[in-house]
Design a protein around this ligand. Structure first.
Ligand code: DX5
Ligand code: ZN
Length: 230
């Protein structure tokens, strides 16, 4: 089976118990912590910054933290997130004046770098910087909020991105973000994604009867992924 990774978006977690929430989703078998940073400028919402990333590391989280920057400008906060323990730092090309420079900055800080493409943004610039990219993140909703519906045109875009990545021969993760549920994760994987952000789909599926409240929902995601290609 392909190396599929689940990346719960903590945007839908209970922020009053964030450390415990992250411990619980990881204990249920999730792989990566997806960390949504919004600035009320690039997107119409405001969330969390490097202090919270650092707090999760100090709490003892050792899993990769995937920092999704929905901020403009980008560069000033990159060193701060690197110091705070980010593993991946991804950003939207529209939000940086100099995309190549920002990718170099992220890698120079010792993090993995990624580009995020909004639903209406073509993949064009990827061709010119693919040697500096470790992750491609396709937005399947417009960024800013959890709980929106998956935009179906993203499936065709995933197929395009998969071809570009495979042709490059590079080890690049293809992540999808927005509206991912147990009901559609299989077709998303079959279109080429290997890393799946899910906020409301995971945190909204808690079952208090489980020893770990996220066991059942995470197992449903895994069961669907096990059917890929069959
Ligand atoms: C949206 C964020 C997403 C969001 C996904 O701007 O980037 O990561 O939390 O939430 P769901 O899975 O509920 O669509
Ligand atoms: Zn995100």
């Amino acid at each position: 089976m392909a190396d599929f990774q689940l990346a719960p978006s903590i945007l839908s977690a209970n922020f009053a118990k964030l450390g415990e929430e992250v411990d619980n989703v990881l204990a249920s078998g999730c792989d990566i912590v997806h960390f949504d940073v919004m600035d009320n400028h690039y997107v119409p919402n405001l969330t969390i910054g490097p202090l919270v990333c650092d707090a999760l590391r100090k709490h003892g989280v050792t899993a990769p933290i995937d920092v999704h920057l929905m901020i403009e400008p980008v560069d000033a906060l990159v060193p701060d997130f690197a110091k705070a323990g980010a593993s991946y730092i991804t950003f939207h090309p529209e939000a940086s004046r100099h995309v190549d420079r920002t990718l170099q900055l992220i890698q120079g800080e010792g993090c993995k770098s990624g580009l995020v493409f909004n639903p209406a943004t073509p993949l064009d610039c990827l061709e010119w910087v693919i040697d500096k990219v470790d992750m491609v993140l396709l937005m399947s909703v417009n960024p800013g909020f959890g709980g929106q519906s998956f935009i179906p045109a993203t499936l065709e875009k995933l197929r395009q991105a998969r071809k570009i990545i495979d042709a490059s021969g590079r080890d690049i993760r293809l992540e999808i973000d927005g509206g991912v549920k147990a009901s559609n994760i299989r077709e998303i994987a079959e279109a080429g994604a290997d890393t799946f952000v899910a906020g409301s789909g995971i945190f909204g599926g808690a079952n208090d009867a489980d020893a770990n409240r996220y066991d059942t929902i995470v197992q449903q995601f895994r069961d669907e992924l096990a059917k890929v290609g069959s």
